[in-house]
Design a binder for this molecule. Structure first.
Ligand SMILES: Cc1cc2nc3c(=O)[nH]c(=O)nc-3n(C[C@H](O)[C@H](O)[C@H](O)COP(=O)(O)OP(=O)(O)OC[C@H]3O[C@@H](n4cnc5c(N)ncnc54)[C@H](O)[C@@H]3O)c2cc1C
Ligand SMILES: *[C@@H]1O[C@H](CO)[C@@H](O)[C@H](O)[C@H]1NC(C)=O
Ligand SMILES: *[C@@H]1O[C@H](CO)[C@@H](O)[C@H](O)[C@H]1NC(C)=O
Length: 490
């Protein structure tokens, strides 16, 4: 420590390095936002303190400023203030990013919280709906249903924001039938880095539209989406089987059978996932008759030795709430949090060796682990999946052919997450990778993995598409106003 630093420290003055400019930059940013009449939350206020609490308690950041615009003009002005003061700008919708990317993914960003952009307007005649990016899935689903019984395809957790979900994927229990949430976007309204507002669609600014659907956070602040809607089915078979693998080889048999089913025979009306945990289940929804359901399931059940099960017939809203683990409508302020570390893999095919490695790791390291971990296998792609049927170059989503969407999740019910626990999930993924020489696995940015370096993140989240995304970034955000530790172009 130099003499000056020592002196300042002894006077109790805290400086970021020896450069005081971040403080004056912040003051200039505050002035700019104030002059433009952009609503903000004052640092230290109750609303601010609540708003910077991320979904994942493990990953917290301190913003430079926190804007809560109510108009598109406010969003434009906020972006202009950030750009003028060299402060990175980050949109936040539901705040559910696993790496707290909605808070910038690091300290010092201007956060533009889209909470006031949550209107849902159905146009029944054209089967479309305009949806603000700040809505949460449970509220969006309820509003769509209340306006003439409409729906879009989306994820299962009702607290997730439609903004982050739709700009990077959006997989749920009707995705095999109707595609990802981003596959149902017709157009978006977006505030660019230079504060202009443009529409992006297949006809208008198609390169931007391509990039926004899979890597949206690096290209602008989306204010609303126009979605294709559908009239939801009202007589749905909702099922859950208890699965109890007693050995690594039995688990391997189950995964092998599910992979074969997903790739070759699973019809698009059948949506399914294996939730491997201390209590393992196979659950999902079939959009068809009970007789057809039984016919489709029988061969899979006999191959895997799964039996019994709870099978009910549900309406659309009950189908959604049975996977929501709580009411669809969300409380304000939203105050649900977990403390966890997560990883993902989007394999196109798991080789027998990879499945054996996965199952052996489970047997040796997971079964005896008493933390609240899980490994979720969504049966994502295959011959009959609506996701796989869309040509890969249509959007920037890089995992069209993934057979499984695998989410590794390790959480504690109280207290902090100890860094000594990272090797548990890192080791599980590594065991699968090591057993798959020559294979590059994709990973899903909506399950952001904070342990990845920038380069690893770019290569895995946008496998095969990263170079093209950087070119599009160069056109729409050449000064890199929308950055984050793992975003395109960062
Ligand atoms: C409990 C839980 C359940 C989940 N279930 C599913 C699921 O079933 N299926 C699935 O696919 N995913 C699921 N996810 C993952 C989820 O899709 C992502 O975490 C998603 O990014 C969250 O979006 P958000 O708006 O809530 O988050 P935020 O943290 O607000 O945003 C996430 C990212 O999107 C950017 N962003 C947000 N809004 C905008 C905007 N308007 N314009 C530009 N960029 C924006 C942010 O800057 C950030 O980079 C789940 C997550 C959780 C925590
Ligand atoms: C995608 O690829 C197909 C076939 O190569 C091509 O015809 C089509 O124009 C491409 N679409 C886009 C959006 O680039
Ligand atoms: C804003 O940026 C876009 C994309 O680079 C460009 O087409 C547009 O002309 C710019 N608008 C202004 C007002 O500079």
């Amino acid at each position: 420590m130099g003499y000056t630093t020592l002196l300042l420290a002894s006077l109790g003055i805290l400086l970021a390095g020896t450069d005081a400019s971040p403080l004056s930059k912040r003051a200039a940013l505050d002035d700019c936002l104030k002059t433009a009449l952009v609503p903000t939350l004052a640092s230290g206020s109750a609303d601010y303190t609540q708003s910077i609490k991320p979904f994942n308690n493990r990953v917290t950041f301190k913003p430079a400023a926190y804007a809560v615009p109510t108009t598109v003009k406010h969003v434009q002005d906020a972006v202009a203030c950030g750009a003028a003061n060299n402060i990175l700008v980050t949109a936040k919708s539901g705040g559910h990013s696993y790496g707290s990317h909605g808070l910038g993914g690091e300290d010092g960003h201007l956060i533009v919280d889209m909470r006031n952009f949550k209107s849902v307007t159905v146009d029944a005649a054209s089967n479309t709906a305009v949806i603000g990016t700040g809505g949460r899935l449970g509220d969006v689903a309820t509003a769509l249903y209340n306006q003439g019984k409409k729906a879009i395809a989306h994820g299962t957790c009702p607290g997730v924001g439609v903004g982050g979900l739709s700009l990077h994927g959006g997989y749920g229990l009707i995705s095999r039938s109707k595609g990802l949430t981003l596959d149902n976007i017709i157009s978006v309204e977006v505030v660019l880095a230079n504060s202009s507002v443009v529409t992006a669609s297949e006809m208008q600014n198609p390169d931007l539209f391509w990039a926004l659907r899979g890597a949206g956070s690096a290209f602008g602040i989306v204010t609303n989406f126009k979605f294709k809607t559908f009239t939801p089915p009202e007589s749905n078979i909702v099922f859950q089987y208890g699965v109890n693998p007693s050995s690594a080889s039995q688990l391997a048999t189950i995964i092998t059978a599910l992979q074969d089913f997903s790739r070759n025979t699973q019809p698009l009306e059948m949506n399914m996932r294996l939730f491997l945990a201390s209590y393992t289940t196979l659950s999902g929804v079939y959009y068809g008759s009970r007789a057809d359901f039984d016919k489709i399931m029988q061969p899979l059940l006999s191959k895997t030795g799964i039996s019994g099960g709870q099978i009910t017939t549900n309406t659309w809203i009950n189908t959604l709430s049975s996977f929501a683990y709580g009411p669809l409508q969300q409380a304000t302020p939203y105050d649900t949090h977990e403390t966890f570390f997560s990883k993902s893999l989007m394999p196109e095919l798991l080789s027998p060796a990879a499945i054996t490695a996965l199952a052996n790791y489970w047997n040796a390291n997971a079964r005896s682990n008493s933390r609240n971990w899980y490994l979720l296998f969504d049966l994502h792609g295959g011959k009959n999946s609506a996701i796989t049927q869309i040509p890969s170059n249509t959007t920037a989503y890089a995992h069209r052919n993934a057979v499984f969407k695998m989410q590794f999740y390790d959480r504690v019910n109280s207290g902090a997450y100890n860094s000594a626990w990272f090797p548990f999930l890192n080791g599980w993924v590594k065991a699968i990778q090591d057993a798959s020489p020559g294979v590059d696995f994709g990973m899903y940015i909506n399950y952001a993995d904070t342990s990845l370096s920038k380069e690893q993140a770019h290569g895995a989240y946008w496998i095969g598409k990263y170079e093209q995304l950087v070119q599009v970034k160069e056109v729409w955000d050449p000064k890199r106003t929308f950055e984050g530790p793992q975003l395109v172009g960062s």
